[in-house]
Design a protein. Structure first.
Lengths: 233, 233
DNA sequence: GTCTATATCACGATAGAC
DNA sequence: GTCTATCGTGATATAGAC
């Protein structure tokens, strides 16, 4: 849940160019931000359109003008943050470097508590096949896995890591992302833990096995730079 | 979320011995099982007392005779499964052995999908400090961490692992449980993944680092035996 | 594009009969 | 111990005025 695809860009772009929505795009953004906060705090089932509308300063009816219904709003929210995340973890960061950035990426997320709450809550909530958003969330996570697997392949093809068979690669990728998600859950329950350090330690051992060489983590100032990038919205 | 304390035993025992509740204990159990299913499927906020009552075959009013309110019911559910889990992961399994059993323990959980759904959903949902169950769940996870840390200490004192400082131990423990929780989340979204194998692989590398020796996993028949134990309810 | 007003429904909880 | 009946609340969603 810590990284995402760029689905939904076209959708948002459409609203930017089509006439009738010219003035609505700003309000639409406000709604998405408020919805992120509310869904993060109370989950999807627990969060109400009323609360979101109250936050924005409009009535619930105004929300259903911009988004078909509650479900559509959540989907828009998820897609919005997928796009946002591309700014922190650009698509042109490939191979092993992408994995090396994961701890920073997770650390970034801790700067906005509501986001982690939302993604984890939604993921757990929608895990049941009967949940209206199950397919959407499942596909989203599948894409994330495929993408990560591709990057590990890339690393191998470019000689960044020792040879490894496909099945093994998949297991490594799943373990790494499990680590990320699980640790973010722990951070939610106890924000005092040193998420960056624990993640670097654990991921470092994974990567060390992959490369056969000790891991050297980048200068912490990289964090500051990335933070800056994310804050610039 | 994969292992728990034995809190609540006294509570349940009281209902067994005290007169007025003599006949209520069976119904109480039915309610707890139904509640596990419903909370697992819909989360705490999303699950309703009505649905639980419908499952049991009584009216919602009957539920509030057995449990003060919705919150009290969920707490009873969590405590019930903590006790159940002690049968699979007995308290007298100490040190490194306890960690070696974690993959089987997680695998056990996959036999009853509702349980993983419930624990993960509740954990994510209640992670917000404003949630009525936040303190309860936080304390529960804290106890789990302290217990696990204690077992790693035990392993060190008995020469099962190489020396490690306290801070490092805590990080190792947190990483291991993050792995467990995160992988169970992935399993919920895609039950086809080989949870046992991925967990043994990843945890194996942790333990290998701790001991300095390769890990040999126990005969898979151990799984069958444990399953049998859990099924016997 | 946003409002007010409202339809419709489900929720948790309680009172009191049996 | 369980029932019926009901209260008060808050939910999503829609209709129609402005």
């Amino acid at each position: 849940m810590s990284e995402g695809s760029a689905a939904g860009v076209a959708d948002i772009a459409a609203h930017k160019t089509r006439g009738p929505y010219r003035n609505g795009i700003k309000r639409r953004r406000e709604i998405i931000l408020a919805a992120s906060k509310v869904f993060g705090q109370y989950g999807y089932a627990g969060g109400s359109l009323r609360q979101i509308a109250l936050d924005v300063g409009v009535t619930p009816a105004a929300l259903t003008r911009h988004f078909e219904n509650k479900e559509g709003l959540l989907i828009a929210v998820l897609e919005h943050w997928d796009v946002e995340n591309d700014r922190v973890m650009p698509a042109d960061v490939r191979g092993l470097t992408r994995f090396m950035l994961l701890p920073y990426n997770a650390y970034q997320h801790t700067l906005d508590r509501g986001l982690i709450e939302m993604f984890l809550t939604i993921a757990a909530e929608s895990s049941n096949p009967n949940h209206p958003l199950h397919q959407f969330v499942k596909r989203r996570y599948d894409r994330l896995m495929v993408r990560a697997l591709g990057e590990l392949h890339y690393a191998q093809e470019h000689g960044e890591i020792l040879p490894m068979d496909d099945e093994q690669m998949m297991r490594e990728v799943r373990a790494v992302y499990a680590l990320m998600d699980g640790l973010q859950l722990q951070w939610l329950l106890n924000p005092d833990i040193d998420l960056l350090r624990i993640l670097q330690d654990a991921l470092g051992h994974f990567i060390q096995r992959w490369t056969g060489k000790p891991v050297v983590w980048a200068d912490p100032r990289i964090i500051a730079k990335s933070v800056e990038a994310e804050r610039a919205d």
